[in-house]
Design a protein around this ligand. Structure first.
Ligand code: ITT
Length: 219
């Protein structure tokens, strides 16, 4: 006799960002996955982000937590690319302006750098690479991007990081004025996680996540 309980796979989320974690939980809510944050697993130290690309940095974080926890793990590395700054800050977005700054201080630094750039030339792009790593070395990457403009001052109080100064033409508002669900539909991370969600239900994805599809199908 088979169990009426849907099989649930534990999946670790390798981030120290509560904002990212909320977005992971929202985007993956429809999958039979039991999400555990790095903090839930008692993992508070993260590797230095020495990679030259989002993918390399996401893999550093995912592999670190996968090896420490023994769980299949997802990590995100993301950044903001501003056209008028030739794509900066890019992979350095989290460290833009120097170490130890608050989100507000980093936004102020960016606004200062763009103070002479008029509306219309303030285009920017958020990029995210979400990497899945298993403790046995399987790796998959999923990418997403979102186009927008850098506002001249913050708008809205939701979200995290640079959300208050990122205007999304697709939403007609800043990311910090959007709900988590609205942001998910158009954001870099939402798009990367949507691709992950599709892949997770394929035979390859189920094998990597060790889903038990024949039992999930009975639900
Ligand atoms: P983890 O590495 O622990 O996941 P982090 O915040 O350090 O957290 P990253 O190294 O990937 O994450 O750096 C991403 C930077 O880009 C960081 O400054 C974020 O605030 C910013 N960022 C990424 N996605 C964002 C989003 O959806 N909204 C606003 N800012 C975002």
């Amino acid at each position: 006799m088979t169990s009426p309980i849907a099989p649930v796979t534990m999946l670790a989320i390798a981030t120290s960002s509560s904002g990212k974690l909320a977005e992971f939980r929202d985007a993956l809510a429809g999958l039979p996955l039991d999400l555990l944050s790095a903090a839930d697993l008692g993992i508070y130290d993260f590797p230095e982000e020495t990679g030259a690309s989002y993918e390399e940095n996401a893999l550093l974080k995912a592999a670190h937590v996968a090896l420490r926890s023994g769980l299949v793990t997802l990590a995100d590395d993301s950044g903001l690319e501003v056209a008028a700054l030739s794509g900066a800050p890019g992979v350095r977005t989290a460290r833009y302006g120097g170490p130890g700054l608050t989100d507000g201080e980093r936004m102020a630094h960016l606004l200062q750098r763009l103070r002479r750039v008029p509306a219309g030339l303030r285009t920017a792009k958020f990029r995210a690479v979400v990497v899945l790593a298993t403790p046995t070395g399987t790796v998959h990457a999923f990418q997403g991007e979102s186009d927008g403009e850098i506002l001249e001052g913050p708008r809205g109080s939701d979200g995290f990081g640079y959300d208050p100064i990122f205007f999304s033409p697709e939403l007609g508002k800043s990311f910090a004025e959007a709900s988590v669900a609205e942001k998910r539909r158009v954001s870099h991370r939402g798009r990367a996680l949507s691709q992950f969600g599709t892949w997770a239900l394929t035979a390859e994805g189920r094998a990597a996540l060790a889903f038990a599809p024949e039992r999930a199908a009975e639900q």
